[in-house]
Design a protein around this ligand. Structure first.
Ligand SMILES: CC(C)(COP(=O)(O)OP(=O)(O)OC[C@H]1O[C@@H](n2cnc3c(N)ncnc32)[C@H](O)[C@@H]1OP(=O)(O)O)[C@@H](O)C(=O)NCCC(=O)NCCS
Length: 339
């Protein structure tokens, strides 16, 4: 009697003009790595509906390559990969850059590794055809198959992100007193006159992220990206809040901005304020803790999230000091297709 396992059914790859609702429903059903799965108030079905909507929206962007894997025997969609130009990164770094915003295999697929290998095996041809030289991707650290598949496909790990969250209902809200943080000044909402000061601080504060660590990218430009990020937050107050620590004499000692996730709120009724960007002028002065406290107590939202690199010990310490819970970890990868 043979002890060998049967070889998995073959996979067929197709590039599609559009992703039908049925196809999207099949590949996202029971997707196990949703970003909000650990938030107690968010119903899993709402989180997945939000995930599927974001995927659908992303797939409709002009110029997107939609590579779909099908099981050859049943014709069922097995997984997909989207490849998209990153126009802002391309302009900033002066090279054609793309991202893989979605890369997933159907949750009940019997041979996920085969699907991953098929999708990523096609990538060099697509990247060459589209003229990209640099591609980035991000996956949940629990998604071990995708981690291994990306590594096998010559992607290099660039950063590990951890996300912390403050559960407002469970942890409560109080009134912030800057003096308790040794700060002689105020924490207030951003004003238009602050924006360029914040942008300048952002341009030199963030040194641990993947843009700074990738030797294929001109480092000096990574700060420009962070400056633009906070400018964007300041320019759209309906979906963002920015707090500023203003010391005596009017000097800005730090800021914290964040984005409100309205898409998830529409599906679940739960508002998450996340993608926080925090920087201080003088490190270890207590300002980072104070601004994070302002985020957890003063910002809108049922949950207040902070993402940072696994080796950002200052930020992790701040979050733990505030009783935030770690709810997500992700790996970011880059691949270089240049000469
Ligand atoms: C991360 C950052 C915001 C922390 O702010 P900060 O004002 O330096 O931190 P605080 O002074 O409030 O310190 C809070 C605690 O963290 C500790 N801490 C701060 N920086 C630390 C570091 N680099 N390593 C270890 N512990 C650190 C402090 O000692 C303090 O601990 P304690 O409670 O035991 O006294 C700040 O270092 C910064 O601007 N970094 C660059 C930008 C960035 O990485 N932002 C976060 C990602 S968005």
């Amino acid at each position: 009697m043979s002890t060998s396992t049967p070889s998995p059914a073959p996979i067929e790859l197709r590039e599609l003009e559009a992703l039908s609702p049925e196809l999207l429903a099949t590949v996202t059903r029971d997707f196990p790595f949703d970003d909000f799965r650990r938030l107690r108030s968010v119903a899993p079905a709402s989180a997945l509906a939000h995930f599927a909507e974001e995927l659908a929206k992303s797939s409709e962007k002009p110029g997107t390559v939609r590579l779909v894997a099908f099981d050859a025997d049943s014709g069922l969609p097995a997984g997909l990969l989207l490849l998209q130009r990153l126009p802002y990164d391309t302009d900033l770094f002066g090279m054609p850059m793309a991202g893989i915003p979605y890369l997933l295999v159907r949750a009940d697929h019997p041979a996920p590794r085969v699907v991953w290998a098929s999708l990523l095996g096609e990538l060099p041809r697509l990247v060459a055809r589209e003229g990209y030289v640099h591609v980035s991707a991000r996956v949940d650290s629990a998604d071990m198959h995708s981690y291994q598949a990306l590594t096998d496909a010559n992607f290099r790990l660039m950063e590990t992100l951890v996300s912390m969250t403050y559960d407002t209902e469970r942890r409560g809200i109080e009134v912030l007193d800057p003096k308790e943080y040794g700060f002689d000044g105020v924490v207030r909402a951003v004003e238009p006159r602050d924006v360029e000061t914040l942008a300048e601080l952002a341009s030199r504060a963030f040194t641990l992220n993947r843009y700074h660590l990738d030797e294929h990218l001109p480092v000096r430009n990574a700060g420009v990206m962070m400056a633009q990020w906070i400018r964007n937050y300041c320019a759209d107050p309906a979906d963002h809040q920015v707090w500023v620590a203003e010391g005596l004499g009017g000097k800005i000692e730090g800021f914290l901005g964040h984005a409100l996730n309205r898409g998830l709120e529409r599906h679940s009724g739960v508002l998450v304020s996340g993608r926080a960007l925090l920087a201080v002028e003088n490190q270890r002065s207590g300002v980072g803790l104070m601004l994070s406290r302002a985020h957890t107590w003063q910002s809108l939202g049922d949950y207040k999230e902070a993402d940072t690199q696994l080796n950002n010990y200052g930020m992790i310490k701040v979050s733990f000091n505030l009783n935030m819970d770690m709810v997500r970890t992700k790996y970011s990868f880059h691949a270089w297709f240049g000469a």
